[in-house]
Structures are given as structure tokens and as C-alpha cells.
Design a protein around this ligand. Sequence first.
Ligand SMILES: [Cu+2]
Length: 330
Amino acid sequence: MFDRNNQSLRMRPGGKGSTCYTYPAAPATPGLVTADATFQRGIYMNGSLTMDDGRRITVWGFTDGIGGWRKTAFPSPIIRVIEGQIVHTVLRNSGMFWLHTIHHHGIEPSSENDGVGHYSFDLASNATYIYQWKASHAGTYFYHCHTNAVLHVEMGMYGGLIIDPPEGQGTLFSGGPRYDLEVMWVCDEFDSSWHRLRWNAGSCGADVGLNDLNPDYFIISGVDGAQSALTAPGVAVQMNRGQRLLVRYINAGYLPQRINFGGLTASVFMSDGRPFPKPIQVQSLESSSAERYDCIFQPELPGRYIITVEHLDWVSGNTIGIARTQITVS
Ligand SMILES: [Cu+2]
């Protein structure tokens, strides 16, 4: 069991609204065993993305390694493991005073290792915790911070998480389809007015507007979907006829999305780390926040296929914004 008595709880005085957080010492990981795979993650809170209109938007995320501050990839670096492995994600919360966690979304670890701050603990600055979890089911997942999650996820504290089957990369799951190339589309919307907030904004009772999302940018894997994502390496796909492309699609935003495959037919084999009884053939699909779908394409005709991701109003279903990328088939 998680022993709360091992924590030295103290209150850190601070500015208005900051005293409702406690800063526990990092607990030891219960039942720690030797890992098959280990990942080191630090924190950065000084990243920025330049959008197609020239504006720079502040983003936060996880670094690869615990040095922090330098490798500010966005989205955060992918965690990729093999089904059956015991995994350690070592989070070093470098920084002055803020709290963060890592929640491995769709994984089912013990509550101490689930990284949901208010149900276990938030990791204090200059503390380190080893999240121990088992990669039980092949598929597409993502990890994200779960401290003041409404804001921290909006700020971009997420990265992809892939569990390959024992057969390794190139097979989606044991007994499932093979693929020749793959791409991960992490689709998200930004409300740029939120990106000026402090790490604990809204978490101590103050109303800072986190119930009022008005997105003005729509991104695919950290690239502005207004124009840049149409050609960005790692987002736009170039492939040959006859090849099998795996798209790992993640709805990393808060709004429902409708992704349209531009005339291509997707064979959707699994969602949220579980295969369907048989694949579903679609030309578009709708998703809710945090859903993942694994889609395989095998285009028969050369051409440019424009992929659109519509971000939909929760109530009306109207399209609020669109991001685009493309698949070019030779
Ligand atoms: Cu965080």
C-alpha cells in the first residue's frame, strides 16, 4: 500500500491562490522490481510553437532525460515498449516550485503509479518518482501530466505511448495486421488565451476561465494544421501503392473531432489498445477526447489525399476549426 505517513507534508507560502497545494516528498515506488525498459523524463515549461500566422505560443512538456530545458520536443518524446514488459518511467520534476505527474493513459497500473495527482500524489519540484507499470496490451496510448490537468494537458504535456506485440514493430497486435510504415497523428486544439496562465491557475478556487475553451489553433502532432501540417515531415505521409500505412490517431484535445480520410478507406483495427472483433471500413470517423484509433490504409491509386480533422462544438456539433495534412501515394 501507498504509505502516506512517509510523506513530509508541508505548505509552501506563495502568491494568491497557491497555498491550497501541498508539496509532499516523493514516496518510494511500492513493490519496485527490475524493469525491462526504463525511460527518463524531465519537465520543460519554456517551450514555444510558432504558428502559421507567426505567433509564438508557449507550451510545456516532458524532456527525454532528466536534464531538462534543452530537448523541448513537442509532443513529448514517444515511449515505446513491447507487450509483457515491466516499464519504469522515471520522472524528475526539475524546477522551482511547480507540481507535475505522468499518467499513462489507457494503462492500468496501481493507483500509486497512475499519476492522477489528487488520487495519489503530485510530484514536487526537485523530486523524482519511478512510475512502474506493465505493458499488458499492444496498441496506441499516450501519456500526460495529471496535475491541474485541464491546463497542463492544454499546455501540451503529452506524448505518444506505443506498445508493440512480441512480434515487434511492423505488426499491430499479435495475430493482427502487418504494416510497412506508420505515422502518429496527435490532434489537438489550442486556446491561446490559456497559454499565458501559471501552472496552478484555477486550481485553488479562482475562476480563470478554464471552463470556457475558445480554441484558435488546431494542430497535428505539434504542427499548425492551417497550412504547415500539409507538408511537415513526420506528419504528412509519402508512400507507394501497395504499401500498408498504419495511422495511429490520437484525439489529444477536449473537443470531439471528425477525421476525414480524403477519399481513402481506412480499415480500423483497434481502439484504445483493444482490437475490434473484425476491422471496420470507414472513410471518416468521430472521436472524443483522449480516444485513439489504429487505422490501416493500402491505397490502390496514386494521388494526393487531403486529410481533414474537424474540431466540433460539444453541444451544436458545428465545426469550430479544421486542421489538415495529406497522404501522397506514388
Ligand atoms: Cu504538469
